[in-house]
Design a protein around this ligand. Structure first.
Ligand code: SF4
Length: 370
């Protein structure tokens, strides 16, 4: 016998009762300020809630509104983002703040077109701001919400499939028809985060238990159906901690592209058939015009990005004469300099470089010998 499709209105009532009793206290839930909600949503992309909470509080303390963010220096913005990764999100937030000041009188717009025109704002973020801040009937479908709805509706298509997305939108709009869109959005996200967990869903305490098709058909752990996934690519890279005994050498990444404007150690990817030591020597010569002979391997670390996994070979390179780095006449086109460990700690860095700092450089006082 075919099971009846879950009724959105009835499900929404149960969901909202559950949310009223179980919602977590999160700082962005205490406000309806669209800017604060935008900041929290951007921070929460690919980052865990417990990492975001202190970062959000720090950020709002430092940049409490759109004008303060728009006017801040880029270095300060990057520094405030440290620990969250994916730094382009911070730069996009600042660009968005400037555009909002320039074109929308400093107020975050509500309409699809204006919101989606802001840098870093995609369909999910726009829907989250519209529903959470403005209480407009717009869906905010993140990975948690996808999982809940794939199970509730027992979808046999992957979550990203356009047929699934159309079913999600229809069901959520049905839930919002007679209820506050803000509450429906928040509650769905919370249910995905606390109850409808990927591997151990807590169906017994779930407000959808009676309606959930996957629960009734015994397909919960088969939903969502996985989509096609590209395997993560393995990359080998090398970094050199250049030191004159007291300071280390860092250079700034280019102003465009991946991890723009962050400070890093010199180095780069290994070429085919190249050993890490040989790659370091080549990179130091190409980037800085210096010939290294006595580098010492200090360790290896692994760092994962969304689409690749990097094995980083880290060397210590002692430099007799810091004024010769970069080599005189070498035009690197990138700001660079020598910093004590204390000074370097104040610079925004990509996560892998920050790991190198904490593992092999930090712990030393600013005037200590390295
Ligand atoms: S009943 Fe279980 S599978 Fe269905 S929505 Fe609730 S927690 Fe998820």
């Amino acid at each position: 016998m075919a099971l009846p499709a879950p009724d959105p209105a009835r499900g929404a009532r149960r969901l909202l009762d559950w949310f009223a009793a179980n919602a977590r206290e999160l700082p962005w839930r205490r406000t309806r300020d669209p800017y604060a909600i935008l900041v929290s949503e951007v921070m929460l992309q690919q980052t865990r809630v417990d990492t975001v909470v202190p970062a959000f509080l720090r950020w709002m303390d430092r940049f409490p509104d759109i004008p303060s963010l728009a006017k801040a220096g880029q270095e300060e913005v990057l520094k405030a983002w440290e620990g969250l990764g994916y730094y382009s999100r911070a730069l996009n937030l600042q660009r968005a703040a400037r555009l909002i000041l320039e074109h929308h009188g400093g107020q975050l717009p509500r309409e699809d077109e204006s919101l989606l025109a802001l840098p870093g704002v995609g369909r999910y973020t726009a829907g989250a701001v519209q529903s959470l801040a403005f209480d407009l009937p717009r869906e905010a479908i993140d990975g948690n919400v996808e999982r809940v709805l794939c199970r509730l509706l027992d979808l046999e298509t992957p979550a990203k499939d356009r047929r699934s997305q159309a079913r999600f939108r229809k069901h959520i709009r049905g839930m919002m028809a007679e209820n506050s869109p803000r509450s429906v959005s928040e509650a769905l996200m919370e249910l995905g985060a606390l109850v409808c967990l990927p591997r151990n869903p807590r169906c017994n305490g779930c407000p959808f238990e009676g309606d959930c098709l996957a629960r009734q058909r015994g397909t919960v752990l088969d939903r969502p159906v996985p989509g096609k996934r590209m395997p993560a690519r393995a990359i080998q890279a090398v970094f050199g901690i250049l030191t004159d005994g007291r300071r280390i050498f860092l250079q700034k990444r280019p102003p465009e592209g991946l991890m723009a404007n962050l400070w890093e150690f010199p180095g780069g990817k290994l070429e085919e058939g190249e050993s890490p030591r040989k790659a370091l020597r080549r990179e130091l010569f190409e980037e800085l015009g210096i010939r290294s002979r006595e580098e010492e391997k200090v360790g290896t670390l692994r760092h994962s990005y969304t689409r690749f996994i990097v094995t980083l070979h880290v060397f210590l390179v002692r430099v007799e004469d810091a004024s010769g780095v970069p080599a005189p006449g070498k035009m690197t086109g990138r700001p660079s300099g020598w910093f004590t460990p204390l000074e370097a700690r104040g610079l925004p860095m990509p996560a892998a470089n920050a790991k190198i700092m904490s593992r092999w450089v930090e712990g030393l006082e600013s005037d200590a010998e390295i």
